[in-house]
Each structure stands twice: as structure tokens, then as C-alpha cells.
Ligand binder design. Structure first.
Ligand code: BES
Ligand code: ZN
Ligand code: ZN
Length: 499
């Protein structure tokens, strides 16, 4: 135990710095780094220093394939011209540019390029920002435990007239938050248990400022009678934590807080209903919901968004052993509801139920939760889109869906009808935690949680399919994706549209 804790402390301090992104001016006559040129127009370029035959070549390549990459050698540097169609600026075009950036990043990596210049023609600021966003996200690696690290981009200079400094700074702070969120999710449980994660959140809150962070320990959780969190924690050798963060700016636009609840299962073995064969692998990512909600609040604070937010983060791992909770156990939850356990692997909804009930007592105007909750969500929707449900929060979910299309972190809505409640009936308690033999696993999990919102407008996000990728997924890379942070940030940027 002592060794593990010591190790955690040393390693987490060892995080590398994020990519440096700044504005500057390019001089083609004395290039000190390669240039990435985003070419969105069909009119012959006026800024690229090309010879006549090169212009013709570029034109032809562009005609053959509007998404082509053309490389001009200006030894010792290169000019990478990324063609695309800027005629119809759309969500799809922006996503395409992020993906181009991910492909180009692989190439730059191979060529050991550490610094680039980004500019373009026939391109709008939004498109350049999307491209640089892709470049930043694709350049993330969780490589702190690797002795030999890949060569990665360290510095991007953006042509100065293209984007405003303030807008760039806001984006860069958000992208750095995505890096830090991904680091938390990628960290194994031996390095990052509930206690340590809670401490890190407090340290982050202090660093950012304007954020209050309260850590409730085992004793406090016991005295509050959070039956769900306590039951899941029983098999663990580590203590549970319940973290509440608050960002309450003076110029806030909302009169009541928005509650952000995140599933913080530091590792999900399944508990006594232990996960078979390789189903357990990657379950260090079962705290991605908590990482996402904490990061959303911190990003809002860092950028001075005018929204009052509270994050509620129940943290524990789920293990067999010790006096682990078992199927057939009956729990009394924080709000007094009794729950019959049918499977200890449906643990997320138990810790979330307590946190949602606790949050609902603070009278929030909206509760949003994010959780890697069900394998059923992955089966239904795959790994491109998150599942979303709402109870009394049609407006907020509609806005989230529209913005999901814009930042391309998309949501697919599933119904949240009361009809499904009959699948959660228990013979001996108020509810069962899951009906193993029933279909609609994602919806019943959502219905289970909605019970604990006690009538507060409620949005549920099941991010099981998108939080962590076992195979490389474009600019999201491999491992923790950071999915959801750009979406929730955009939501709170636009939050006044709901008021
Ligand atoms: N953490 C898992 C869900 C999950 C699965 C997340 C795959 C990411 C990828 C959750 O706690 C779980 O084990 N859910 C069970 C529920 C079942 C026992 C009703 C599942 O989905 O299999
Ligand atoms: Zn589970
Ligand atoms: Zn889980």
C-alpha cells in the first residue's frame, strides 16, 4: 500500500507539458519549420510561393481528389498543402479537417517534425481552429511510462491574421483540459485510486482558482448513509470518496446551479459477479464520467464562463473480496429507496443514484450525468456516438444534440418512458438494480437513475462506447478519448440560449 501511494505521487507529477500553440508570421524565404497550408478555394493561390508547373500540378491534384494532400519540397523544409472544399462550411467539413489533421500528424510524427506553421487560403477561422484542434488532440500520447517516447509535435505557430488571440487562448485552455482529462482516465487504478483522484481534483481546483472543492471521506459517506456508494466500496481495500466541486461566478446567468454528476468507478472488476475473460480489460476507464464532469467545471472556471456549476463525483473501485456486496443484498440508498441487488456489475447506477439524490437536494435547475454505464449502449450505438436520455429536460437535450452535431461529439436520444419501470420491479425491495434477462439495458439503467432525480430536469449521458478506444479512432487516438468535454463546454458557452 505504501509503495503504491508513493509511486502514485511521483508519477502523477511527471506529466509532460501540452503542445505550445501561438500566433506568428510566416516568411517563405527563410522557413525554419514545415508549413501546413489549408487550401479551401479553387482560385489559384496568391500566397503560396509556387512555380507555374507547381500551380498546375496542385490544380490537377485538387480536381482529381478534393481531399488530397500535396507536398512541395523546399529543402530543408516542406510545404504540406491540404486540399478541402470550403465552399459549404458545415459541421462535416469541420470534422473532416480534424481528421485530416490526425492523418497529417502521423506523417509528421514519422518525419520527426516537432514544430509546424499553419496557414491557409480560402479558409474561414472556424476551419483553421478545427484543424488545429485535430492536430492538438492527435498529438496526445499517454507515454509517461514509456522509456522510449515517440517524436511528437511540440509547437504550432498559426498565421496571425487568421484567428483572434483571445479566441485561440480560450481554445488552447480547453484543449489542455482535454489532455488532462485523458491523463486521468488513462491512469491505472494502482496509480490512481479514489483517494488520490479526490486529492488531485482538489489540487486542480486550487490551481485554477474560483473553484471550491470539498472531499467527503469514508466516515462522512457513512454518516450520510450513501448506501449505494458504501455497498460498491465494501470489496475494496481503498476508501471511497465523494467529491463536490463548485464554480459560482459573480456574473452568473443562472439563478440555480446546474448539477454535473459523473460516474467515478476507478476500476470495475464487476465485483463478486466478476467480469469474464477480457471484459475486465480497460475498466480503468470506468471513471471517465467523473473525469469529464470535473473537467467541464474546471474548463468553465478557467475561461470565466458565466454559469454556476456544481460537480458531484462519487469515487470508488468495484472489487470482489473483503466483505464485498453480493447479489440478493438489499441496500438502503441515500434517499431511503431500497434496492435489491441482482448483479454487482451494475454498480455505476448505485453510486450515481446516491450522488444524483444528493444533488437534487441542492435544488439545481438541471442535472446532467455522464457515465460509462452500460455495455448495451456500445452494442446499440457502437463507438461513434453517445446515448442520451432526458426526463423533463427536452430543451437542454435538444441544445446538447445540436451542439453535438457542431463539435461532432454526437448524441443519439433513447426514450426515457415510464413504461420501462416495470422491468425494475423487485419482489423484496423498491427496485432491482438491473433486470439481467430483459432487453433495453441502456434505457432501464437510465430509468433507474431518473428515479433519484426527484423531479429535477434530468439529462443522462451514457458514454460507455465513446470514452475509451481500444483501437485508434482518428484524432481521439487510442485509450481515453476525452469525448464529451468539447460538447459540454460548448453547451455552457451557449447556456444563455436556454434562459
Ligand atoms: N462499466 C460497465 C459498463 C461498460 C461496458 C463500460 C463496456 C464500458 C465498456 C458497467 O458497470 C457494467 O458492468 N454494466 C453491465 C450491466 C449489466 C450487469 C446489467 C453491462 O453492461 O454488461
Ligand atoms: Zn460494472
Ligand atoms: Zn462500471
Amino acid at each position: 500500500m505504501w509503495v503504491a501511494k508513493k509511486c502514485v505521487f511521483l508519477q502523477i507529477k511527471n506529466l509532460k507539458k501540452s503542445m505550445n500553440i501561438k500566433l506568428g508570421k510566416i516568411d517563405y524565404r527563410s522557413l525554419d519549420r514545415p508549413v501546413i497550408f489549408l487550401y479551401g478555394s479553387d482560385v489559384a493561390s496568391r500566397t503560396l510561393p509556387l512555380k507555374r508547373d507547381e500551380v498546375l500540378f496542385l490544380d490537377q491534384r485538387r480536381k482529381d481528389d478534393i481531399s488530397s494532400l500535396v507536398v512541395f519540397n523546399r529543402l530543408p523544409e516542406k510545404i504540406y498543402v491540404q486540399n478541402f472544399d470550403s465552399d459549404m462550411p458545415s459541421n462535416e467539413t469541420l470534422e473532416k479537417l480534424r481528421k485530416f489533421a490526425a492523418e497529417l500528424q502521423l506523417l509528421l510524427c514519422k518525419e520527426k517534425v516537432e514544430k509546424v506553421f499553419v496557414t491557409g487560403e480560402g479558409v474561414i477561422p472556424e476551419e483553421v481552429v478545427a484543424f488545429v484542434e485535430g492536430l492538438h488532440m492527435a498529438s496526445y500520447r499517454f507515454d509517461k511510462y514509456k522509456s522510449k517516447k515517440e517524436c511528437l509535435l511540440k509547437e504550432v505557430v498559426l498565421e496571425q491574421h487568421i484567428v483572434e488571440q483571445a479566441a485561440l487562448d480560450e481554445n488552447v485552455r480547453l484543449w489542455q483540459r482535454i489532455d488532462s482529462m485523458r491523463n486521468w482516465v488513462n491512469e491505472p487504478v494502482m496509480q490512481l485510486n479514489a483517494e488520490r483522484f479526490a486529492d488531485i481534483l482538489k489540487e486542480e481546483a486550487e490551481k485554477v482558482g474560483a473553484v471550491k472543492c470539498t472531499i467527503m471521506g469514508q466516515k462522512k459517506i457513512e454518516s450520510m448513509k450513501m448506501g449505494g456508494l458504501l455497498a460498491v466500496n465494501r470489496g475494496s481495500v481503498d476508501e471511497a470518496r465523494f467529491v463536490v466541486m463548485e464554480y459560482k461566478p459573480a456574473d452568473r446567468i443562472n439563478k440555480k446551479p446546474v448539477a454535473l454528476v459523473g460516474k467515478g468507478v476507478m476500476y470495475d472488476t464487476g465485483g463478486l459477479n466478476i467480469k469474464p475473460d477480457d471484459y475486465m480489460t480497460e475498466m480503468k476507464s470506468d471513471m471517465a464520467g467523473a473525469a469529464l464532469m470535473a473537467s467541464t467545471l474546471l474548463a468553465a472556471a478557467e475561461n470565466g464562463l458565466r454559469v454556476w456549476l456544481r460537480a458531484y463525483l462519487p469515487l470508488t473501485d468495484n472489487r470482489p473480496g473483503k466483505n464485498a456486496y453480493a447479489a440478493d443484498d438489499i441496500l438502503t440508498m441515500y434517499d431511503g429507496t431500497t434496492v435489491e441487488i441482482t448483479n454487482t456489475d451494475a454498480e455505476g447506477r448505485l453510486i450515481l443514484a446516491d450522488a444524483i439524490a444528493y444533488a437534487s437536494k441542492d435544488d439545481p435547475e438541471l442535472i446532467i450525468d455522464a457515465a460509462t454505464l452500460t455495455g448495451a449502449a456500445v452494442r446499440a450505438l457502437g463507438t461513434k456516438v453517445a446515448a442520451a436520455m432526458q426526463d423533463g429536460a427536452e430543451g437542454p437535450l435538444n441544445l446538447l444534440r445540436i451542439l453535438g452535431g457542431k463539435v461532432y461529439e454526437r448524441l443519439a436520444e433513447l426514450p426515457m418512458w415510464k413504461d420501462y419501470d416495470e422491468l425494475l420491479k423487485s419482489d423484496v425491495a423498491d427496485m432491482i438494480n438491473c433486470n439481467l434477462h430483459a432487453n433495453a439495458g441502456t434505457i432501464t439503467a437510465g430509468r433507474f437513475l431518473a428515479h433519484f432525480a426527484h423531479g429535477c430536469p434530468y439529462v443522462h449521458l451514457d458514454i460507455a462506447g465513446v470514452a475509451f478506444y481500444s483501437k485508434r479512432e482518428s484524432f481521439y487516438g487510442v485509450g481515453a478519448s476525452g469525448f464529451g468535454l468539447r460538447l459540454l463546454y460548448a453547451f455552457f458557452q451557449m447556456y444563455d440560449a436556454l434562459i
